[in-house]
Write a protein that binds this ligand. Sequence first.
Ligand SMILES: Nc1ncnc2c1ncn2[C@@H]1O[C@H](COP(=O)(O)OP(=O)(O)OP(=O)(O)O)[C@@H](O)[C@H]1O
Ligand SMILES: [Mg+2]
Length: 318
Amino acid sequence: MNAVCGLLDPPLKLILFGGKGGVGKTTLASCAAVYLASMGKKTLLISTDPAHSISDSLGVEIGCDMKNSGIGGLDAIEISAEKEFAAFKKRYDMELRSLFDTGSYLDRDDVDSILALQMPGMDEVMGLKQVIDLVMEGRYEKHVMDTAPTGHALRLLHLPELLDEWIKVVSKMRWKYRYMVERFSGGYRQDAVDGLLVSMKKSVRHIVEILKDHKACEFIVVTIPEDMAIRETARLMDSLKGFGIRVRNLIINNICSSATCPFCMERRRWQEIYIRSARERFNDLNIVEVPLQPREVKGPVDLRRLAGIAFADGCHTI
Ligand SMILES: Nc1ncnc2c1ncn2[C@@H]1O[C@H](COP(=O)(O)OP(=O)(O)OP(=O)(O)O)[C@@H](O)[C@H]1O
Ligand SMILES: [Mg+2]
């Protein structure tokens, strides 16, 4: 049977798992991390899904600080985008205040209320930035990321570009302000706000560069053999292609197999239709069929067992 390939490639640092809700993303991301650790790779399992569930999958409470998963060579972290954004706002309070203050008619109360806003998307970019910072830091050889269901994950991938647009608009405002200062006071010196914008721009560039680097990063799509799931997979594949992120493995999870149980045989007959359709549609991918286990997959023993089926040893290239 085919297994997921290429995860041991040395330049591959970041492996994202994504797909429709409930298809087994967290389970298979955990299995991949367990597999990589068992192959001697220092691995970090990261969750960016606000409904963190890697703790449940590993059977160990993880939380937002990096900690060992109870499995040798495997650490884990559940990133809180909200907490990251709060820390960012605290760290750059002065710069953010003067950013909204200069060249605008906002008073202190207005600025306070802007800074207290949730700013949808911004917190998630901060979460993603933390992932990329961890990758850049290089403490781990492999980073396996469990994402939230499709729509959320895609939005997450497009956020850096949105943030880039935001930086462009703000910078334009600043240029106007700078022009006025230069005209009336004869000189303009770069201040902390310019510094912040430049550093944000650099972060965005880093995030996008790593996500689109086909050697350093890949996205593993997880699906199940059902009509709705395969349709959503096709949309996800298109978006990932458009975004420029590498996809070479597609996992079809929960495949029934039994030669005696009539219910399972009937399910399998229906599943065959969608397995065939996925194989035709995604014929350029390594398709991995993962069998439905008799019970939920939870804790190191179950994860190791399923990892042994889904991930192959010594398979460096497809
Ligand atoms: N191959 C399998 N056989 C049996 N049970 C499985 C299999 N894969 C996953 N499961 C179980 O299915 C349930 C859902 O899996 P999981 O939480 O990994 O899905 P998910 O895609 O991460 O869900 P969500 O979209 O909610 O994050 C879990 O209870 C898990 O143990
Ligand atoms: Mg999940």
